[in-house]
Design a protein around this ligand. Structure first.
Ligand SMILES: Nc1ncnc2c1ncn2[C@@H]1O[C@H](COP(=O)(O)OP(=O)(O)OP(=O)(O)O)[C@@H](O)[C@H]1O
Ligand SMILES: [Mg+2]
Length: 328
């Protein structure tokens, strides 16, 4: 892998708004820095502005404000340079259903101005690599969603891009296909040292793949860091103990310093990082006091917690009074 010397993507104050007066603010000053040869995940719920960010950085749409450099080229002055250096796999597959997998790849090779032999060679190699060789001559209309996604990514790779944008690469895939896609993405970074910018709604996906994660909400980055750093910031991880009766609950509640308690459910919620040492400590404390819980569940922070924690105090975006005017 290349040493991560340079910066693959940087953005400062990206803004985008829609509507006649620009009153629907979609990106409200987004800053990003992504080192070369790393995986960056932009995590956010529906409508957060993920696709808009990808579209701006990949030159598909123009920002209203801010600046960005991608693969060493300036967005404002050298969009062509960016286009030549990147690959984009959109949220919705760009494959042509009427063509075969092979023909789709050849089409991409033509668009990249590769000569026929080189195009054919790259296409065959990609089909092999993505386990699509057997299906190479079948029309894409007969492909499953997972195959389509793989072909879509293969098409992105025909041009040998240095920076690859993947907009929700695994949404709608089953767990096995998702894992295959993760392996492919990891391989791209490990073998070719490319930089990956991906968007996702799944914390687990960001956790699995990304060196750094930024959480986007209502067009603003509300948190940024490694998966570990973000998870540490997420409240919501807890051990949930259920007891047989109120007396046991009462006795157990006295044993732990900070607990949440639900008397009707006969449960205690003990804050926890989800780690085994904490779990063991809780069980030991109960054991030592001769109290047994009826059931125990470990709740680790998930995307719901992330968004509840990070966006709980925000104004309602649907409330017109809270809409910000685009500062252009
Ligand atoms: N051409 C457009 N005109 C008006 N509004 C738009 C346009 N494109 C996007 N938007 C709005 O911008 C907001 C952000 O959209 P975007 O597609 O970037 O979100 P996203 O984070 O990719 O969401 P998803 O997870 O659903 O793909 C949404 O409220 C969307 O309705
Ligand atoms: Mg999107």
């Amino acid at each position: 892998m290349n040493p991560t010397t340079g910066t693959a993507v940087s953005a400062l104050g990206l803004r985008k708004a829609y509507g006649p007066g620009g009153e629907k603010v979609v990106l409200d000053g987004v800053d990003l820095t992504i080192p070369e040869g790393t995986v960056f995940a932009l995590l956010g719920p529906n409508g957060a502005g993920k696709t808009t960010t990808v579209q701006i950085l990949s030159t598909l749409i123009e920002a209203d404000g801010g600046e960005a450099q991608v693969a060493g080229h300036d967005l404002a002055t050298d969009a062509d340079g960016i286009r030549a250096a990147i690959g984009v796999t959109g949220q919705f597959a760009a494959v042509d259903n009427l063509l075969t997998a092979e023909e789709n790849l050849m089409l991409m090779a033509d668009l990249q101005h590769l000569d026929r032999t080189e195009g054919r060679r790259r296409g065959a190699r990609l089909l092999e690599r993505f386990d699509l060789a057997e299906a190479a001559r079948k029309p894409v209309s007969t492909f499953s969603g997972g195959m389509r996604r793989k072909l879509d990514l293969a098409m992105t790779l025909v041009g040998d891009p240095r920076v690859i944008f993947l907009d929700e690469p695994t949404t709608g895939l089953d767990p096995r296909s998702r894992r295959t896609m993760w392996e492919i993405i990891r391989g791209l970074v490990a073998d070719q040292g490319v930089t990956i910018f991906l968007t996702t709604q799944y914390l687990e996906e960001a956790d699995q793949l990304a060196d750094r994660i930024a959480v986007l909400d209502h067009g603003t980055i509300v948190a940024e860091g490694t998966a570990e750093e973000l998870k540490r910031r997420m409240p919501g991880g807890h051990i949930r103990l259920r007891f047989a009766d109120a007396a046991q609950l009462e006795a157990a509640a006295g044993l732990f310093a900070s607990v949440g308690r639900d008397d009707e459910e006969l449960t205690l919620h003990i804050p926890s990082d989800g780690g085994i040492p904490t779990l063991r400590a809780v069980l030991d404390i109960l054991d030592d006091s001769g109290i047994s819980a009826e059931s125990l569940t470990v709740h680790t922070p998930d995307l719901d917690d992330v968004f509840l924690a990070l966006t709980g105090n925000r104004e309602n975006p649907e409330n017109p009074d809270s809409r910000k005017v685009n500062a252009r």
